[in-house]
Design a protein around this ligand. Structure first.
Ligand code: ADP
Ligand code: MG
Length: 391
């Protein structure tokens, strides 16, 4: 049992006077395949060694009571009175999962739940999917039910899209449920077919938080997906066989150039080329060709910066400094954009040196101290439950 889980169980017992059962879910990072998930494309994420723990115990008054140790705050309501009415706080995430489970026909009796985690919040490592999936696993355990991977991922995504009201594809929730240690996931976001690929022992994945999040982020993310969807609609109308952007080629896009805005054209070009890069990255990984893998990451960054226009100066700087280091195979922005984190694939033996040089170079250039994490591909919620069992 992890330290987080032990502590969460103890805190729960003290607060609610009952022993609870603990369920854990990791965070994630995306190696390549950015903004491709909501148009049915390909992504290559992995779960990382941060986790959120949800501890649950029964109560007899028909209420749902959530306590977050991260916020040191408790929120409760009658389960029967739950409607789709977000209040705008952290509780929307677990309450959204309760709502989403009910939409699936899962009957959940009164419960107390404690949430605690070491995932950096709002840093682009998907603490949101982590808290959703931990909540779903705990509530299913409480209801004595099991659901398959796709179902849990889909209902957690629904909680985030429809209850919380945040746009996101299926990637985060899927990888947080279904990952396996020492593997990265290649996910087809349309069919939800996936493969688990080994990451060579000689590399490490380093996440570097630029510590900036440009204020435009929320609105801009909305704009980007609107531009993508507008372009996709043109392609669907004009080109036979194109249902989702994932079906389109660059020739299809070129043929429709005059029918869409210049912005839509570029956003779609990023996604079409990015899908091809993910599939090529899979081949490179299977060959153990990390040099090619790294080049694809850098190309993905350039495409995100120039065609998707969703990077920023600080993050670009992190990528430049990273790529000046011989031990770095590839570096790119990861997550929604406009700040947040980069993901770097580096030689294992030089990971610590890489981190030190990157932090020093970034501070010299921007005056900002970046948080860096050397990560291992970790188990998803299913694998954690199977290994650790329930507490
Ligand atoms: P990210 O997913 O990149 O971390 P989001 O803005 O999508 O950023 O999600 C962060 C939100 O998820 C937090 O602001 C909070 O509302 C919720 N959250 C995450 N972890 C916890 C937790 N342990 N307890 C309560 N809420 C959490
Ligand atoms: Mg999130």
């Amino acid at each position: 049992m992890t330290v987080e889980k032990e502590q969460a169980l103890r805190v729960h017992q003290q607060r609610f006077g009952r022993e609870g059962r603990g369920f854990a879910a990791p965070a994630r990072v995306n190696l390549i395949g950015e903004h491709t998930d909501y148009t049915g494309g390909f992504v290559m994420p992995m779960a990382i060694d941060f986790e959120t723990v949800a501890v649950v115990s029964a109560r007899e008054d028909g209420r749902a009571v959530f306590y977050s140790a991260n916020y040191d705050e408790e929120v409760g309501f009658e389960i029967a009175s739950l409607t789709r009415k977000p209040v705008g706080g952290w509780c929307d995430y677990p309450a959204g999962v309760l709502w989403s489970l009910r939409e699936e026909g899962v009957v959940v009796g009164g419960f107390s739940m404690s949430l605690a985690g070491d995932v950096p919040l709002g840093a682009g490592l998907s603490s949101s999917a982590s808290v959703e999936v931990a909540t779903a696993m705990a509530l299913l355990g409480h209801a004595g039910m099991e659901l398959p991977l796709e179902k849990i991922a889909t209902l957690c995504r629904r909680a985030e899209n429809e209850y919380v009201g945040a746009k996101s594809g299926i990637m985060d929730q899927f990888v947080v449920v279904g990952s396996v240690a020492n593997r990265v996931m290649l996910l087809d976001c349309r069919s939800l077919e996936y493969g688990l690929l080994p990451l060579p022992d000689e590399v490490r994945v380093v996440i570097c938080n630029s510590m900036v999040k440009h204020a435009v982020a929320t609105g801009e993310y909305g704009d980007r997906s609107a531009e993508v969807e507008a372009g996709q609609a043109v392609l669907r109308r004009e080109r036979t066989g194109v249902e989702l952007l994932r079906d389109a080629t660059l020739d299809d896009l070129e043929a429709c150039r005059d029918m869409m805005s210049a912005a839509s054209f570029k956003r779609c070009r990023h996604i079409i080329t990015e899908n091809a890069r993910v599939l090529e990255a899979r081949e490179a990984l299977l060959r153990g060709d990390m040099a090619r893998f790294g080049t694809l990451m850098v190309e993905a960054h350039s495409s995100f910066r120039d065609d998707f226009a969703a990077s920023c100066e600080e993050v670009d700087e992190l990528v430049v400094i990273a790529m000046q280091q011989a031990e770095c195979f590839g570096a790119r922005i990861t997550g929604g954009g406009f700040g947040g984190c980069t993901v770097n694939v580096v030689r294992a033996e030089a990971a610590e040196k890489f981190v030190a040089t990157l932090r020093r170079g970034y501070a010299a250039k921007t005056g900002i101290e970046a948080d860096c994490f050397v990560c291992t591909p970790s188990d998803g919620a299913f694998a954690l439950a199977a290994k650790g069992g329930v507490a």
